[in-house]
Design a protein. Sequence first.
Length: 621
Amino acid sequence: MKTDVKGGKGIQSQDRVGYDLSLTYRLGVMFSAFWNSQVRSKVVGLAILLVVIILATAYGQVILNEWNAPFYDSLERRDLGEFFRQLEVFAMIAGALLLLNVLQAWLNQMTALYMREGLSRDLVDQWFKRKRALKLSTIGILGVNPDQRLHEDSRNLAESTTNLALGLLQSTILLVSFIGVLWELSSGFIFRISGYNFTIPGYMVWAAIFYAASASLLSQVVGRKLVKLNADRFSQEAELRFALMHANENMPAITVAHGEENERKRINENISNVLAVIKRLAMANTNLTWVSAGYGWLVIVIPIIVAAPAYFSGGLTFGQLMMSVGAFNQVNTALRWYVANFGPIAEWRATLMRVTDFRQALQEMDDGFKFEDGIVYEETAPDTLTLKDVVIVAKLGEDIDDCGGFRLRETDVTIKAGEKVMINGDHSVNRRLLFRAMAGLWPSGHGTMGLPPIDDMLFIPQVAYVPGGTLREAIAFPEKPEDYDTAAVEAALEAAGLHSLVARLDSRARWDKLLDADEQKAIGFARLLLVKPRWVVFDEVLEGMEPEWQRTMTKLLATMPDTGMIYIGRSETYLEVLHPRTLHLQALPSNPDEEPAASAAGSSAAAAPPRHSRAIAAKTV
């Protein structure tokens, strides 16, 4: 299924690979992002300075080209005095042009730097808008390896945009400057054939245009595959980098499982994919080199050949001939800018496509997922949470008849603040989807969830997230560390069994690497004591923890009698210490016409759900 977006079509499937957007629309998207960024004034100021310097450089090059005539004429006359005087003139012109070149190079780099700052910050801001990143991870290829688009692609796009834009501007100014010079020189070209004298207005201008146009056309034909090949290369490079990073982060588990050989084969396959696309790219670039290099060598003699008839007929002096050759080369260089930069332009377009596709997908996340039917969310009183006829679809955005799913066996549930609940499920039920649904991240299903104000709720996932920085910052996440006083933080660490970390509260480290999984989860429990939420929803947090840690965490929870707790999962320790009311998730039949089998134990099954293995984990990124 496809849906219209401005300038093209957006692919709305789980296997989304990109958007069919016009180049004009893509440029408009990036210009709008830049124009609304904080670096706009800096880039505009630098751009104005660059235009002034490029204009001054073009003027200096015109003066240098005019210098050719008296200099070469002095050589033809063997006039030593004039020769040295012209060298002095050259030194002044070249010195001024050198200074302008250095200033232009510095301004060019500063412009690229601020362009990258604006683009990178815009993409990061778009990525971290509420729920966007998680939703993006569910849409297929566009949601894979966002780090590549946020880092390498944004850097390449900023630098190549700056270089290509300034190169195009400089070539245009040179073209305007020298085309007049070349036209005027062409007016003196007198051709004598069989006793007839005639002139061709703008003779060398037309020759330069024909020469550059033929090179551009041939380059377009030969290098048309480069855009797609560059896009493929960026994608495969991202896959390789992710595979290396993933293997490095999970090396202990790989080593324990004796899985080095398996990972070696997997990564070598990624390397092979990268090398394969690079080989195709190398062949395409090689074919393009036949055109660009061939025309580059021909340009050494082409202007002399073009002007030779007028020179040998006596219509030009040697100095005027060299001046014409210089002007021809400048015009040809300006006209052939597209040929010389076809490869970089192809790479730029591929990068632009990846960045704008990524940004477009992020902005579409605000539209939400489109369902004919979905879970209805209602805000209840702060002391009440309700679940009515809740059904969860196991595949986002699909109909329950196609994907199966599960339901809450108890069709009308009311939970009061301070009440402790545990929700277990059948063996085939993916309980994590209920956790995501209650957090508003998985609206695919049916029924009604009446939830208290979001500020009164805290959701604790199974896999703890411990950000880098100080331990104080990790405990306070996502709030600021100064929101909690030191005494309260230390008391929370003590209660969570993390006494050894109290002295390291302000130490800066990669805590996700230094702490084991149980200690990382304990930090989340310590945060409970700081936040003091009215409601907490757990996602199988206690499963997999050492028994001592489980007892410590449940004792901590027992000190919060006024907090409503919903534990999604199966924990014997949670059952023994908190004596929760139990609810049950029931898998729906694969045949929509088949009713779920009634439990042999009737409603008592809900009171004592059977033991079972952990539910299949939902796909996470």
